[in-house]
Ligand binder design. Sequence first.
Ligand code: GCB
Length: 608
Amino acid sequence: MQDKSLLYPCESSARRVVSLDGMWRFAFDPQGQGVDKGWTMALPESITMPVPASFCDFFTDKDSREYCGDFWYETDFFVPGEWEGKDIAVRFGSVTHHARIFVNGVEVTAHEGGFLPFDAAVTDIVRYNQHNHLAVLANNELNETMLPAGRTTTLSNGKKMAMPYFDFYNYAGIHRPVKLMALPKERVLDFSVVHSLSGTDADVAYTVTTNGDHAVCVDVYDGAEKVAHADGKSGTLHIENVRLWNVHAAYLYSFVIRITDGETVVDEYHEKIGIRTFEIKDGNFLLNGKAVYLRGFGKHEDADIRGRGLDLATVKRDYELMKWIGANCFRTSHYPYAEELYQMADEEGFLVIDEVPAVGFMESTMNFLSASQGNGKKVGWFEKETTPQLLENHKAALIDMINRDKNHASVIAWSILNEPQCTSEGTEAYFKTLFDLAHEIDPQKRPRTYAIVMMSLPNNSKGQQFADFISLNRYYGWYVMGGMNIVDAEAAFRREMDGWSMALHGRPMIFTEYGADTMPSEHKLPSVMWSQEYQNEYLDMNHAVFDSYDFVKGELVWNFADFQTTEGIMRVNGNKKGIFTRQRQPKDAAFHFRARWTSLPVDYKADK
Ligand code: GCB
């Protein structure tokens, strides 16, 4: 099967999908000897390991939890005889960070990047009506051509250690569902939709890509009722009296794409799609033509025990908390999340800023901290020997993210980098390539942005002119002038905002990060930093600043919940800026946000 497709697996009259999730077998391979020793066929010694999950937090010894290098997963899968004649593929939602896939001992594919899906075509290798062997050789080392960026060091005991240039734990493993698929030889590979509204009706311009020449048609159903039909690989679906998708009021239609040969259905693909428009106009975000003020979070895929592995129970709890607190938006900091999260956002009416894993692009040892304080070494990140390879990897991840997520009503914007070092000469060329690419491949031409680090100001940020809206990560009152100094922090913050007001040229600004580490155990009157009282004072100051600048059209606090990071003197068993604990219980600040976000009008500052 040569034809790449990022479509989410679906069952239909022409397609079969079987989950391979469950308890697999697992082994570390610190010497990188597995391939030579035949581990592709069977692991000589293995332990059990659940899929999907990060392997790290199951272990009770530190060497295993912190393991860095090659590691193996294996399982068996059965291929039904009635699938003969179909194309067979194994689909991984994600494997972090590098993966080589072997079926019955034969290498079927390899994939770079830990946050996007890929298929392994296995039609010519599988044995029908029998069990087949599936092995995954993965690796979690970091380097500077990767997304996310970091490096790998070797300790004096010979063990490798990952050195992330980013502030989240380098969780690794098979993080998302694994599915076995039987697909028709001639099939739908991709499709896209672009919505436009006229009065009470909608026109959905669509394009379908297939690997054959048979006829294509698209039907749209509202429940059981067919509301639109069109023939051809591209065309327009007209929906009368359309029920639009909206914030907290989602509505999804069922799209069914068929390839037919006379009366025979060759392929059939289903997807639920919300119809809405989204654009920036006169400094506002317009959803279906109406202004919306963004409120919500930067998040992580992170939870106790399973690490970054998809856990639908955690996903459900997170959405319930986001509804309770009055949020309407989140950023998938700092990588594309599991597809199931975007499906939930579509169902629940949340707005998503989708971020590619371009994080850690900073030339300094403790990158994100030292750079944000102005201590970063002044070497340009985008003029390094590694830059050309990094750009290729960045382009590949951006293309896959946009192709994967382009039909979600919830996805309103692309975040192309988080906190790059963007003051050196190479920045503009690097940025331009990626911002242009995003525009070229997204049929809906969603707005593009990147999260701008502290000390990157309008006069020294070389990439900011490419952003359709400005996204700031700011920590005035935490990393900069915290505690008693918060008065000065506010004054400095306002000075910076005055500077931005001259550089926006009509573009809206949002905050993609602001926050203060807070221990849920600490209370103190009067406040000290790290106490729950200080978190609220910090938020009051920040919100007062946001409220006094009309061009601020959104606030995504850092972070939804406490999350795991590498150990270090700046982190107390993880980053504690959560509004909820890692166990998803509220800190005092959660009530603060609930009061604010449930009372701010949906279109706050729209007429300003
Ligand atoms: C940032 C980073 C984020 C960190 C956060 C912090 O600027 O984008 O990944 O976790 O600051 O808490 O320091």
